[in-house]
Write a protein that binds this ligand. Sequence first.
Ligand SMILES: Nc1nc2c(c(=O)[nH]1)N[C@H]1C(S)=C(S)[C@@H](COP(=O)(O)O)O[C@H]1N2
Ligand SMILES: [Mo]
Length: 243
Amino acid sequence: MHLDETTAPQPATTRPAATGPAAPHPLPPGQRPAPLEPFGLTPFAAVHPRVPARPSVTVGGAVRRPTQFDAAELLALPGHGDRRADLHCVTTWTAVGLEWHGVPFRAVHEMIAREVEPRGSARWVTFIALDGFRATMLLDDALTGDVLLADTLGGVPLTPDNGAPLRLVAPAHYGYKNVKHVCAIEYGTRYKAGWRGWMSHPRGRVAREERSRFLPGRVWRLCWRALLPSSRKAYTALRERTR
Ligand SMILES: Nc1nc2c(c(=O)[nH]1)N[C@H]1C(S)=C(S)[C@@H](COP(=O)(O)O)O[C@H]1N2
Ligand SMILES: [Mo]
């Protein structure tokens, strides 16, 4: 089966950005188009994980039988294919029209759940990365058809710089749910905020502007946009310095 070549429908509520490359379709509220460059929370800029020759994914948490799977075994599951999707960082930049190849997380979940047997109360799923980053999604959100575990971007295998060996692609959710360098998956009965703490939202849906907790998304939009130039600079500088 080949995956649908479109992204999830987005509300046409924003005007096109005044500057930068034109997006082929309206972006979600508060987002502006930008090229894809390595980015994330500044502490992770200094972590350059070594990608194993034979990558695996360890599955545990609220399960009966924790198990390790070969990444290759997951990538060969039915439904693997190409998908075009945008990446929306909470700091208001969007990389438009990225061409991924991967396998729907739904297919991965169906296979691994048979082996590990998640408890009935496991409603959350945490994706854990080789650099120590982790993000938790509502399991139902991760099981929508547009969420992928990807291994190539633009027809080229993922590199240690852009998320090798496996990268979660969740286009309806902010970038901080799109975990790069996935090496483990944990089922859970409660939401765990992870590294971003209060800065992330339990759901993190882009269309609803669930950027962070406590304040409305349009308030966070202004904060993150103001901080973006300095956080980009700090991330890139630290990354280069530690390479
Ligand atoms: N392992 C890992 N995954 C991560 C991050 C990170 O620092 N480490 N940052 C997240 C954030 S906030 C964003 S916006 C995207 C950035 O992806 P990029 O580096 O390809 O631009 O990765 C997400 N996934
Ligand atoms: Mo982000």
